[in-house]
Design a protein around this ligand. Structure first.
Ligand SMILES: [Zn+2]
Length: 369
């Protein structure tokens, strides 16, 4: 067997698992101050299916796996097989009659993965009536050794949970080690990683909502995806991939109506800084433009002192679809605004958008040197 897991210890607030991959052993932990974990057959399957398919091209369904998840696994194998251009095979150990399902509390809530970014706030505000828990995983987007940033993130999330009157679940884990051995985090593995976390929380939630990164018009192989996310559910936990209907400009316009969002928005992905939002990276600059287009840049307090970099804006040269979409959406959104800064930004974006493709490629080559 190329891939196995073994439960080493299960205590309140801490779970220790040994992952064995091709004879190499990895000690994985999950910790939380506020909850206990559920390490059942569905949790194990979410945490091993994709690594097994990638390492061996094969998955084996144990007899104790929930029948609805067994049916979904066939579809997941077909999707991953197409995405990775690899034949995937599946075997089953027995009938659904032999499944063991842990009895769970009748009253459970709805969780929402929440990092404090645009997608999180959009999905939370849209589904606020039903969301009871927001979930953040330390060790996924922010590394475990970034202690200063993690402290800022924790304090920010606690303030958001308090303002929205929901429970905050923070989990600390080195689980990403397994996924980084499996494949690229963004394009492939963060979806099943989130699914595993959601199943760990099954004693507290019966539904989990995952905020979308992309619209229905911009879909491609991506870790968390509207066709794969719902398939990680079983009879005790359902999954919803939320927010594909809205473009980035529309999401920012929606969250601009929330003072709580504008006070706590965190989008920066820079890992070598201790700043909350650096204000300089592409993600920060793009979000500042979205906020400007929504008429909310001055009201958003989490980019202190940050300035738009016009030299860079004039030379956005990406030829990829999402950069063109970004430029076009923001040019349209900014056309509604007549203030001098909005006009200046719109002119800069139009110069980038209208530049002939060969010239864009030439500038790109110079930039990459
Ligand atoms: Zn940044």
């Amino acid at each position: 067997m190329a891939f196995e897991t073994r439960l080493k210890s299960d205590q309140p607030g801490q779970l220790d698992i040994e992952y064995s991959i091709n004879g190499e052993h990895h000690q994985i932990f999950f910790k939380s101050d506020s909850i206990d974990f559920c390490w059942d057959a569905s949790t194990q399957l979410c945490g091993t299916l994709l690594p097994s398919l990638i390492k061996t091209g094969h998955a084996h369904l144990a007899s104790d796996i929930d029948p609805s998840l067994q049916d979904n696994v066939e579809k997941l194998c077909a999707i991953y097989g197409q995405w990775l251009d690899k034949e995937m095979t599946l075997t089953r150990a027995g009938s659904a009659e032999s499944q063991k399902v842990e009895p769970l509390p009748a009253e459970r809530g709805t969780g929402c993965f929440f990092t404090g970014g645009v997608d999180s706030f959009y999905t939370y505000l849209k589904n606020a009536k039903e969301i009871t828990h927001i979930i953040y995983v330390h060790g996924f987007d922010v590394k475990l050794d970034q202690t200063e940033v993690r402290q800022q993130v924790s304090e920010n999330l606690a303030a958001i949970a308090n303002a929205f009157d929901v429970k905050l679940i923070e989990i600390e884990t080195n689980f990403r080690e397994i996924w980084d051995l499996t494949g690229p985090w963004g394009e492939l593995t963060h979806g099943p990683a989130l699914a595993t976390i959601a199943h760990l929380l099954k004693r507290h939630i019966s539904k989990v909502i995952i905020p979308a990164s992309y619209t229905y018009n911009d879909l491609f192989m991506w870790g968390s995806h509207p066709i794969t996310d719902p398939l990680w559910g079983d009879s005790q936990l359902s999954f919803v991939h939320d927010g594909c209907e809205a473009r980035r400009t529309e999401k920012v316009a929606a969250i601009a109506n929330s003072d709580i969002a504008l006070k706590h928005l965190r989008v920066c992905y820079m890992t070598n800084t201790t700043e909350f939002n650096c204000g300089r990276c592409q993600k920060c600059q793009r979000t500042m433009i979205n906020l400007l287009a929504a008429g909310a840049l001055e009201r958003c307090t989490t980019f202190p002192g940050a300035k738009l970099n016009f030299r860079k804006l004039k030379y956005i040269t990406g030829t990829e679809l999402n950069t063109r979409t970004f430029l076009k959406d923001n040019i349209i959104a900014l056309s509604e605004r007549k203030d001098p800064l909005s006009l200046k930004v719109r002119n800069a974006l139009e110069r980038s958008f209208n530049r002939p493709v060969l010239l864009r490629k030439a500038i790109r080559m110079v930039q990459m040197r």
